[in-house]
Design a binder for this molecule. Structure first.
Ligand SMILES: NC(=O)c1ccc[n+]([C@@H]2O[C@H](COP(=O)([O-])OP(=O)(O)OC[C@H]3O[C@@H](n4cnc5c(N)ncnc54)[C@H](O)[C@@H]3O)[C@@H](O)[C@H]2O)c1
Length: 266
């Protein structure tokens, strides 16, 4: 068993809804790691989360101070802007980066900069599956070739910031535009596109009666036709975010920091 001393060392950027679940998972030992440093533009948000931990992390507001801490993994749970602003610096220092605001990686320039920094330092970039399912099968199908990738997202109208009286299509088009127009709602389109190696065609529907965040994924390949529907419970603290997205990040962290002898799923 690893001791507190050799546990992986984590830094968290963005102390909101997803970070709260990650902190809880570390506190409960689901993720066998220590949180060393936390950063937010509103440090009081980190303060609140730090209270949940027995070993108190340092709380900072700048990326330079964040990188003063000796960490193995940085978890970005903040915004696409945070990925663009801090990603390259983190990776250049040899710190691996878990990106939640995956939409940022659909910008070719950002992706190239981050990949180059990671290649040069030996760090890695992790994009968790997030609020969807089946990226393992999508990655497998990609080996045979993928013909089409579609995503249909239905969310409560309020969390999309509109007031409509019946289900209304707000957007239809490529994923890279969707993540720009709805940066806090459609990161799944980015994860799906990156897994498929092909840009997803996206529909976003605002439903005044919906209580869940629903994603329907359809992938056509000579090897398989995948149709997956995921109906997520929204996070209590941020209804734009699905609880599953936080759990997916936790599972990724659990897996990369664990020494499990048996790994299930590809
Ligand atoms: N991959 C997925 O499936 C998925 C699912 C849901 C949410 N997300 C994304 O994950 C991110 C976090 O989601 P959340 O629900 O925890 O959000 P949240 O709004 O609850 O918390 C975000 C926190 O980050 C802080 N922040 C924002 N920009 C920052 C910056 N540049 N530097 C430092 N701190 C900054 C904010 O002050 C806030 O406290 C969002 O970008 C969201 O779109 C991804």
């Amino acid at each position: 068993m690893s001791t507190a001393k050799n546990k992986p060392r984590l830094g968290v950027i963005g102390c909101g809804a997803i970070a709260q679940e990650i902190v809880r998972a570390v506190r409960e030992g689901v993720v066998n790691a220590n949180i060393i440093v936390m950063m937010d533009i509103y440090p009081e948000k980190c303060q609140k989360l730090a209270e949940m931990l027995t070993e108190k992390p340092s709380i900072v507001t700048s990326i330079d101070d964040f990188l003063q801490a000796d960490i193995d993994y940085a978890i970005e749970a903040a915004s696409q802007q945070a990925v663009r602003e801090y990603g390259e610096k983190i990776l250049s220092k040899g710190v691996s980066l878990v990106v939640l605001s995956v939409g940022a990686l659909l910008d070719p320039d950002t992706r190239h900069k981050l990949e180059k920094a990671a290649e040069e330092s030996g760090a890695r970039i992790y994009a968790p599956t997030g609020a969807i399912a089946g990226l393992d099968a999508v990655r497998a199908a990609r080996i045979a070739g993928i013909e089409t990738v579609k995503l249909r997202t239905i969310k409560p109208a309020k969390s999309l910031g509109v007031n409509v009286d019946k289900p209304t299509k707000l957007y239809e088009g490529p994923a890279h535009e969707a993540v720009k127009l709805y940066p806090f709602n459609i990161n799944v389109a980015a994860a799906l596109s990156l897994a498929a190696g092909k840009e997803a065609q996206v529909e976003i529907i605002a439903d005044p009666n919906a209580t869940r965040n629903t994603h329907i994924i359809i992938v056509e390949s000579p090897a398989t036709r995948i149709e997956i529907k995921v109906e997520n419970t929204p996070s209590k603290t941020n209804p734009k975010t699905s609880w599953l997205a936080a759990l997916s990040a936790i599972e990724l962290l659990r897996r990369i920091t664990s020494t499990d002898p048996l790994l299930v799923g590809s």
